[in-house]
Write a protein that binds this ligand. Structure first.
Ligand code: ZN
Length: 281
């Protein structure tokens, strides 16, 4: 046995840092065994309200590739990279995605909620990895192409689930405005008391208006999210006399062994829950 040979055959994995759990999953899928992915905002954590820890700065300083969502989702990430003197490549995964605007004339950052956009994410990630590790380019391209096929199947399946629900019933209440891209792609109306960032607090008047709308339009599809405080939605459901459904995964994956541990699993869970909820409307 010649240990030197096996070392030459497999180079040390490329250190990659992803700003949040969904990007971490995509980076792992595309990079396979050639990458070692560190995720800053982990499962069930909120990227809007994230405060980097010293270990996060250390991970970025040692990385060869930094992956961020962009569109204003994680403004702390580039500040953090700058403060550590990071010299490597930064890939904005959402580059080239057709963006949606929010009512407040702000770009909606949650582009991954449409699987068609994630095809673009995966291409951007594969290109970034190939640039940082040219020898791995064929593998990254093959992994990306295989995953795009899975995304196409996911999209076709989700379209069929929602198509079975009459247009008038396609209304959902969630805690923050994270599902705009899913809403536009599958023609669903999402109403949220909290606006685009889970940081912002709605006024008592906004909540009262939403309760009246729930009652008037007989909306039963009310959902909390895995990474935001369920207090507001729980109270709102109680006041409106409806029972919230299972938590949706909006801005973060679940931990391992739970229904949203990968992007594909999280989307299947969300679509299943949303369709079941809307059928009660
Ligand atoms: Zn969000």
């Amino acid at each position: 046995c010649l240990p030197g040979l096996s070392l030459a055959a497999s180079p040390p994995p490329l250190p990659v840092v992803a700003s949040f759990s969904i990007l971490g999953d995509l980076a792992q899928v595309v990079g396979g065994e050639r990458v070692r992915v560190t995720t800053l905002v982990g499962p069930d954590e909120d990227a809007h309200a994230f405060e980097p820890r010293p270990a996060d700065a250390k991970a970025i300083a040692q990385a060869k590739l930094l992956l961020i969502n962009g569109l204003g989702f994680e403004p702390w990430a580039q500040k953090l990279a700058k403060s550590t003197g990071y010299q490597g490549q930064t890939v904005v995964a959402s580059d080239g995605v057709k963006t949606n605007m929010l009512e407040a004339h702000q770009i909606d950052p949650h582009a991954w909620q449409n699987p068609v956009n994630v095809m673009r994410y995966v291409h951007n990630i594969a290109a970034g990895l190939a640039k940082a590790d040219p020898a791995g380019a064929p593998l990254y391209q093959a992994n990306a192409a295989a995953y795009v096929k899975e995304l196409q199947m996911l999209d076709a399946w989700a379209s069929a689930q929602f198509a079975a629900i009459p247009a008038a019933k396609r209304k959902v209440i969630t805690s923050h405005d994270a599902f705009g891209y899913l809403a536009a792609h599958y023609q669903i109306t999402f109403l949220a008391p909290q606006g685009v960032s889970s940081d912002a607090q709605p006024s008592a008047k906004q909540v009262a208006l939403l309760i009246r709308q729930i009652q008037r339009e007989k909306i039963r599809a009310v959902f909390v999210e895995n990474m935001s405080d369920p207090k507001l939605l729980t109270q709102l459901s109680k006041d409106a006399g409806v029972k919230p459904g299972a938590a949706l995964y909006s801005d973060a994956l679940s931990g391992l062994g739970k229904p949203g541990a990968t992007y594909l699993q999280m989307m299947r869970h969300n679509v299943t829950q949303l369709a079941a909820g809307m059928k009660l409307n």
